[in-house]
Write a protein that binds this ligand. Sequence first.
Ligand code: ARG
Length: 460
Amino acid sequence: MANHKLWGGRFEASLEGWVEEFGASIGFDYRLAPYDLKGSLAHVQMLGETGIIDADEAQTIQAGLTQLLEEYEAGQISFDVINEDIHMNMEALLTEKIGPVAGKLHTARSRNDQVATDMHLYLKDQLQQIGGKLLHLRQVLLDLAEEHVETVMPGYTHLQHAQPISFAHHLLAYYHMFSRDSQRLAFNLQHTDLSPLGAAALAGTTFPINRERTAELMGFEGIYHNSLDAVSDRDFILEFLSNSSILIMHLSRFCEELINWCSYEYGFVSLSDTFSTGSSIMPQKKNPDMAELIRGKSGRVYGHLISLLTVMKSLPLAYNKDLQEDKEGMFDTVDTIQKSLDIMAGMLASMTVNSQRMLASTQQDFSNATELADYLAKKGLPFREAHEVVGKLVLECSKSDIYLQDIPLERYQEVSVLIEPDIYQALESHIAVQRRNSLGGTGFEQIRLELDRARQELQS
Ligand code: ARG
């Protein structure tokens, strides 16, 4: 019968084409093809080893699957929506190749444990790749930070100049966020490194299968210990989507800063031509499109997280077709994160930093006001009083359009006899940064220690 389904036995009428299309997942789950084959190879080997099927039949099936894998890698396979999903497409292709013995592959297996297995294999692979890209980004950040330990820039709170800091300190803040992202993904990997295969439809099987063996053959660290959980769990994907949301939030925040920094008003950095675009009307424009896109793409990643959470929230155990909706968001998140990490690393490695401009913008501001207050406090004035004195001086300066470093010594000494000529040195932003040498602070010495620690962390 044409268009006979693998599950067609109990049906008298077949689906209409448009209904079939609504139910099909092959349009996107084709991406699971190599993982589906890998899972089937392990399954059939175990079926042969345990005597559930004859050894020679197992060999025939294995040979057919291996050939399919080669053809897939050579781009020679095409799929058909009539076969609904990747699992049934593969079985149909295998049947074409080796005949009815292909039908023995699905012994002691269901598409429910099969799809879960494919998803675990896929995500495990992607998590490892993403981990590698994240590592590279962290390396780029360390290299850049190393060049800019003594590059002084304004530190902000409320987007107002607050206190001067080292540019390396700012970069290392992101380094640490990305380190935590790496740790979260590594934990995610542990939850993904489990084999659901052998859970069958939901309840396990009457065949004497060996789940540990298939797990070992597929390279999984462990197995799911409850068959219902094995086919119903998608937390490993939710974890991935939530870790990715945090990661892209970090990327987006950083991009926002780069976008600000390369504006005319800041002029702190200039992105390389290879990561910038022009305008179709304004000839002078050089736009930070790539950074804006990463910022923009955070929206779709958050969306995929909310979307799968919503899909899952009321699903009774065990498998429900709703679960087919777990895939597109995950694939899109994988693509988005991988590309964003590559772009971010490339953008940072190739940008030009305008250290002069950064320094200059700490010399025409009041970001040294804390320095003066600390100076007075160190000479015994209670910090609250020092704060008040300096606040009044800032007000006075802003009325006459000068800065603290412009106030003549006589005026300082009228305000407080504690202020001596060494105040001018204390007000220099480079000195201010250097002196903030408390643990984890922006002082150059601290940053050098932090860089050493981070380098060691990356090596291990
Ligand atoms: N395409 C399905 C999915 O992605 C495979 C599992 C189908 N299982 C079933 N019982 N209909 O979820």
